[in-house]
Design a protein around this ligand. Structure first.
Ligand code: CMX
Length: 136
């Protein structure tokens, strides 16, 4: 089953980006966490079963730094939780889907993640993520 896992928001810094979510009455879930593989510092706000993930670049090579050179801060991607990411990649590849990497890589909280090209996503960068068994 596919479920919304999170929306990713690009921000130059986590404190500035947090303001609207704090005003809505949400609190960060756990400490900020760096995901080296993606070059991002992440702050998570849980909203029911899904999350808002604020993404600040850790350096100029980060995909988020490059995004913010060309775009305003704001919605960067939507992410969908799948049970078996390898099977889902194979299934979508067979339909002609365009992934941005060959295989799933490391995401936040020991998830495995992969991105699909925004053109495939009809203008939205889409992520698939698989949580460790028994967690979400
Ligand atoms: N949402 C929608 N469209 C996007 C986009 C986004 N977030 N980022 C780029 N695009 C579009 C651009 O508008 C551009 O479209 P056109 O060709 O129509 O002009 C096209 O994609 C290419 O964009 P670009 O600015 O030239 O950027 P790059 O090719 O250098 O990289 C992308 C774009 C998506 C391939 C790259 O950012 C990537 O590989 N992303 C996946 C990894 C990632 O985003 N990691 C950060 C999040 C980490 C996390 O959640 O943990």
């Amino acid at each position: 089953m596919v479920q919304l896992d999170h929306i990713g928001i690009a921000t130059p810094d986590l404190d500035t980006g947090s303001a609207p979510y704090l005003a809505l009455g949400l609190s960060p879930e756990g400490p900020d966490e760096i995901v080296e593989a993606q070059g991002v510092n992440v702050r998570v706000f849980r909203v029911g079963d899904a999350m808002v993930e604020l993404l600040a670049p850790t350096g100029p090579e980060s995909a988020i730094a490059k995004y913010l050179e060309k775009n305003r801060p704001g919605l960067h991607h939507t992410a969908y939780r799948v049970d078996d990411i390898d099977a889902e990649i194979e299934r979508l590849k067979a339909t002609g889907a365009t992934f941005l990497s060959e295989k799933a890589g490391a995401g936040l909280h020991h998830t495995r993640v992969i991105f699909l090209h925004p053109k495939w996503g009809a203008g939205t960068l889409i992520e698939l993520c698989e949580h460790p068994k028994g967690q979400h």
